[in-house]
Design a protein around this ligand. Structure first.
Ligand code: IMP
Length: 177
């Protein structure tokens, strides 16, 4: 265990690089099996999911496409969940098998607000892959099809996740002390 400081807060190691990478390989294998013979489009939600999306994507053994979009919803350590806008969704989703890639589902509000926009385009199927999920924080229940880790309702940083802009570069995931 090692304590790090991000801004004014202390964080303790929670998930090691090895544990994260092993789980992502398992998720990629499961998704590859489920989408065998198909060509899904992965929609990764920036900023937090960039590392997870890259690692998940490189372990897929099927043909797949990926695009990155940005939603605005989070400030500091409290989720506002009000999806203001989505930038970068240029693909037409009609008839496509879509997999949303998220770093973490906390209250569920972000995806709850965003999914109707995607469903409006009539994709053939729509599934959600999230590296982290805080079941105790759920306010907007969602069907999460692929979950890396269910975690306690404590703030985490690292592996793409930030605390006020910092901590994204950490290879491990750290939990607020
Ligand atoms: P939700 O709308 O409450 O589900 O929050 C989703 C978004 O909030 C995620 O995509 C993250 O950007 C952010 N978020 C939620 N929990 C945490 C956390 O513990 N650390 C860093 N970001 C978080």
């Amino acid at each position: 265990m090692s304590i790090i400081k991000v801004h004014d807060k202390s964080f303790d190691t929670y998930l090691s690089e090895e544990v994260i990478q092993q789980r992502i390989k398992e998720m990629a294998a499961e998704i590859s099996r489920d989408y065998a013979g198909k060509r899904p489009l992965f929609i990764a939600i920036l900023n937090g999911s960039f590392m997870f999306a890259a690692d998940l994507f490189k372990h897929l053994s099927i043909n797949a496409e990926i695009c990155f979009i940005k939603l605005a919803s989070y400030k500091g350590m409290k989720s506002s969940g009000n999806v203001v806008t989505s930038i970068g969704l240029e693909d037409d989703l009609f008839g496509k098998d879509v997999v949303i890639v998220e770093d973490i589902v906390d209250t569920g509000k972000t995806l709850h607000n965003f999914l109707p926009k995607l469903l409006h385009q009539q994709p053939k199927s729509l599934k959600i892959a999230s590296l982290l999920h805080k079941p105790e924080a759920t306010e907007y229940p969602l069907q999460l099809d692929y979950i890396g880790f269910d975690i306690p309702n404590k703030f985490v940083v690292g592996y793409g996740l930030d605390y006020d802009g910092l901590g994204r570069n950490l290879k491990e995931i750290y939990q607020l002390v």
